[in-house]
Each structure stands twice: as structure tokens, then as C-alpha cells.
Design a protein around this ligand. Structure first.
Ligand SMILES: Nc1ncnc2c1ncn2[C@@H]1O[C@H](COP(=O)(O)OP(=O)(O)OP(=O)(O)O)[C@@H](O)[C@H]1O
Ligand SMILES: [Mg+2]
Length: 341
């Protein structure tokens, strides 16, 4: 006779497997984990050396014996084994050691994901212990997490600006009417800062340092008081340590093209929206989610460029995982919004 574990003993799990951060929601407990999607391996033995925050601290600082890997790129799995190991470690961390717990997993994935990429996520989740895997489009999960009335016929625009991708989705009647994505988001802004400092100061910095600069000074528009900070890197020619002072205006100039490309994607999505829904948007406007939404003044630029009301969701970094958390509690909505095949 097959033994079935009562559902109440199984902790179903919702996951936002992001390019920059992975967040986990456990049914009945809420968000229990938020870690950078980074894992470090010993090159010789392939043993896991660090996962999440400690692995991020190793970026650009490892000896030749350690590989630090970001398993996701542009929102999808780029290194399958590393992604699977990352998922397994994080799930084990939230579940403890109970061997019989095989949860349902609801995972947010980019809207424009290919069938092969979908299969990779499903397989990684099964390897991490899932007995059933549901995939939900991230903008849909973000809209649910942001508390938008997705069941109503009125259209809503969600712009999720993550680490790897910016996704623009028009949602109406619990479905994605139109979606468009661009591989420009937070990571590309970091890279643009690296390139700017190299070009203008001949100084090399790593992506982690570039992110710190963005968090300290990043702004999409002039803020009034122009701050600056000292940045330490390595001289590109002499290869000796060097400190330079970087100003807010320079960071703004560095990320200017990234912002242009995000705004162009939003505008092009709006152009493809059916007229009835476009009319609804005049009132409902655009909701920004994802960590990139926190870039100072980005909401204002999007408002100016689209002539629509723009709001930043509460706690934009956790909208997707809060959305999958809601779906864990509402199985009929989950069945309706999850992706087939
Ligand atoms: N205050 C801030 N200002 C600007 N950018 C920020 C801020 N806080 C976080 N970010 C950026 O947000 C990005 C991470 O956002 P998020 O966690 O939503 O991405 P993700 O879900 O992992 O990626 P994706 O959805 O593309 O797979 C990083 O690039 C980070 O630098
Ligand atoms: Mg995301």
C-alpha cells in the first residue's frame, strides 16, 4: 500500500529564482530566505564551498582553486548543475533534514522563457526534492505580490526590473495579454559603471564594487545635491591599487543608456497594447517591481516618458516571492495562472 503523507505535514514552497537573488517562501511561515543567487565550488573536488551571501563576498577575490558561479543569466538557468545545487542547498536549509518531505514548488520564471529553459527549471526543482512543480510568469507573480486586482478586466502594466532582465507585462483577467522583455536591468547597470570607470579613469573595479557604487550614488535623474564617494580599484596600466573620487553625475551618465533601453521597451510594449486596455491604463498606470525599481528617480523618468501614473510597489524586491506565496494558498488561482507543459 502506498503511504501518502497528510498535506499539512508538507511545507509547500514558493521560489523566486532570480538572476541576482533567490527568495523562498514556505507555506504557513512566509518568506524565510533571501540570498544572492551565487555559489562557490572547489575546482578540484567540486564540493560546495559557499552559497549565497558568503559566495557573493568571494566574487573577484578567489584563489585559482575556487570557482564562484552565478547559475542564472538573463533570468534563466545558464549553468544547470550549479543551479540545481544552489536550489537543493537553499531548499534543504529551509526544510531541515526531514527525508520524507517532498513539497509542491511554485517557481517564478521569465515570461519569455523557452520550453528547454522551462524544462531545466522543472528538472532542477525535482532534483531539489519537489514532487510537483508549477511555473508562473514572474510579472504575473509580481502583480499578485503587489496586490493588483489581476482578475478584473481593466489592464495593469507591471514592469519588473531585476538583475538580468526587465520584463514588461500587460495583465488583464488573470492573464498576460502582452509581454516584452529586455536583457537590460541591474546587472547591466553595474557593468556600465565598470566600463565607465575603466574608460574615464583607467581604473579596474569588480562588479560587486560597481553595485556598491550604484546603491550609494545611483540615480536616474539629477537629485539636487551632487554626492561623491571614493572608489578603490586597480590602475589598468600600472596594475597598482588606486583610489578615485566618483560623483553622482558620472554614475548617472554611466547608466544612462541602460535606462534608455528600459524606457524604450516599456514604450514599445504600450504601443502593442489593445486600445481598450490602453484606455484603462490611463487610470491604473504602471507598477514597478524588482530591485531595479529602487533606482532613485527611475519612476519619474518612466512617468515623463509614458505620460502614465507610475508607482513603485511596496518592497519591490520581494513582490515575486510574495506572489508565489499567495498562489500556494490559492490552488485554483495557481492552476489558472501557471504555465502548461
Ligand atoms: N536601491 C537600489 N537601487 C538600484 N538598484 C538596486 C537597488 N537595490 C537593488 N538593486 C538592484 O536590483 C537588482 C536585483 O533585483 P532583483 O532581486 O529583483 O533581481 P532578480 O529577481 O534576481 O533578477 P531577474 O528578475 O532579472 O532574474 C540588482 O541588480 C541590484 O543591484
Ligand atoms: Mg526577478
Amino acid at each position: 500500500m502506498k503511504f501518502r503523507l497528510p498535506q499539512r505535514f508538507v511545507s509547500d514552497i514558493g521560489i523566486d529564482l532570480g538572476t541576482a537573488n533567490t527568495l523562498v517562501h514556505v507555506r504557513g511561515r512566509g518568506i524565510v530566505l533571501s540570498e544572492p543567487s551565487i555559489i562557490a565550488f572547489d575546482r578540484a573536488t567540486h564540493a560546495v564551498v559557499a552559497v549565497g551571501t558568503p559566495a557573493k563576498a568571494m566574487l573577484g577575490r578567489t584563489p585559482g582553486t575556487i570557482d564562484v558561479i552565478r547559475p542564472l543569466k538573463d533570468g534563466v538557468i545558464a549553468h544547470f548543475d550549479a543551479a540545481q545545487t544552489l536550489l537543493r542547498h537553499l531548499v534543504a536549509r529551509v526544510q531541515g533534514r526531514s527525508p520524507w518531505r517532498r513539497p509542491r514548488m511554485v517557481i517564478g520564471v521569465p515570461s519569455c522563457i523557452t520550453p528547454v529553459e522551462k524544462r531545466a527549471v522543472r528538472e532542477a526543482a525535482v532534483q531539489a526534492g519537489a514532487h510537483a512543480v508549477y511555473l508562473v510568469e514572474e510579472p504575473m507573480a509580481a502583480a499578485i505580490g503587489a496586490g493588483l486586482p489581476i482578475h478584473e478586466p481593466g489592464g495593469h502594466v507591471v514592469v519588473d526590473i531585476g538583475g538580468g532582465t526587465t520584463e514588461v507585462a500587460v495583465i488583464s483577467l488573470s492573464g498576460v495579454v502582452h509581454c516584452q522583455s529586455v536583457r537590460t536591468a541591474g546587472d547591466e547597470m553595474n557593468e556600465a559603471i565598470v566600463q565607465y570607470i575603466r574608460k574615464h579613469y583607467n581604473v579596474l573595479i569588480g562588479e560587486r564594487r560597481a553595485e556598491e557604487i550604484k546603491l550609494a550614488l545611483g540615480a536616474a535623474r539629477r537629485s539636487g545635491g551632487e554626492q561623491s564617494i571614493v572608489v578603490k580599484g586597480s590602475d589598468a596600466v600600472a596594475r597598482v591599487p588606486k583610489a578615485i573620487r566618483i560623483g553622482e553625475d558620472e554614475v548617472r551618465e554611466a547608466v544612462h543608456d541602460c535606462i534608455g533601453s528600459i524606457v524604450a521597451t516599456i514604450r514599445s510594449s504600450l504601443e502593442c497594447t489593445p486600445p481598450e486596455i490602453a484606455a484603462d491604463m490611463v487610470d491604473s498606470g504602471i507598477v514597478l517591481t524588482g530591485g531595479g525599481a529602487l533606482l532613485d528617480g527611475l519612476d519619474e523618468i518612466i512617468r515623463k516618458e509614458t505620460y502614465l501614473p507610475v508607482t513603485i510597489a511596496d518592497e519591490p524586491l520581494s513582490c515575486v516571492v510574495r506572489g508565489v506565496g499567495v498562489l500556494l494558498e490559492d490552488i485554483s488561482l495557481l492552476e489558472r495562472v501557471s504555465l502548461r507543459d
